[in-house]
Write a protein that binds this ligand. Structure first.
Ligand code: 5RP
Length: 227
């Protein structure tokens, strides 16, 4: 697009999809024969799966959600239960917010608990996103997964938390909710969530988990190393 030209809303939406696809396709290039691969969840990962299928590499995969598992299987990508592998070479997943330091908010799709387990098992965690995801500072909402047992008490303890309307329980039976209070220092907030009984998982991913961020832009793909 020429500088100074206004984009219509439908053109903008197409462009964002193109950015997701470019980032996903760049990440697919990192997958080689023999790798064990973690497959994330979301609309950006939806572009990764066909790109991986086209690469026709001999890989073993685990999925972070039933949605991703079904989509991968439909494309001929084999998916194993995450009980047959105890480490992964690479995990590729999207994010809702990304800071320059590499902090992420994830869980827009409610899959953040499994996503964190899979990312944490991988030697390299690669984040793929369109150019709307980088932020100057993290902001609410921060997705949570709560143990269903006593969830009203957990919510009361944390304060600013709303159960996500219309979202089914997680595949592990957890209640998907969102923390809507201020984020402030994300390390402190993450520590609070980690120390709260009844919080199964949260969508704050620290830079120490993230290796590479790949962001699609209108005509380029930006890549930055985090750790
Ligand atoms: C799902 C996630 C997604 O990776 C995150 O919400 C980004 O999704 P999308 O690629 O659709 O923007 O964390 O739980």
């Amino acid at each position: 697009m020429r500088a100074g030209t206004m984009m219509r809303a439908d053109e903008y939406a197409v462009d964002v999809e193109h950015q997701k696809q470019s980032a996903a396709e760049a990440a697919a290039e990192l997958v080689e024969d023999g790798m064990a691969v973690g497959l994330g969840t979301g609309t950006t990962v939806a572009y990764l799966l066909p790109a991986l299928a086209r690469r026709q590499r001999s890989i073993r995969c685990v999925a972070t959600s039933p949605r991703t598992e079904a989509a991968a299987l439909a494309l001929g990508i084999g998916v194993e239960p995450f009980g047959t592998l105890d480490r992964l070479d690479i995990c590729i997943d999207g994010a809702d917010q990304i800071t320059a330091e590499g902090w992420l908010v994830k869980g827009g799709g409610g899959a953040h608990t499994r996503e964190k387990v899979v990312a944490g098992a991988a030697d390299r965690f690669v984040v793929i996103a369109d150019s709307t995801k980088p932020v100057a500072g993290l902001h609410p909402p921060v997705p949570l997964e709560l143990l269903a047992f006593g969830s009203p008490a957990t919510i009361r303890h944390l304060g600013a938390v709303v159960v996500r309307a219309g979202q089914p329980l997680s595949p592990d039976g957890g209640v998907i909710a969102d923390y809507t209070g201020p984020v402030g220092d994300p390390a402190k907030l993450a520590a609070t969530f980690d120390a709260t009984a009844g919080v199964v998982g949260h969508g704050l991913f620290p830079p120490a988990m993230v290796d590479v961020v790949i962001v699609g832009h209108p005509s380029t793909v930006e890549r930055f190393e985090v750790r």
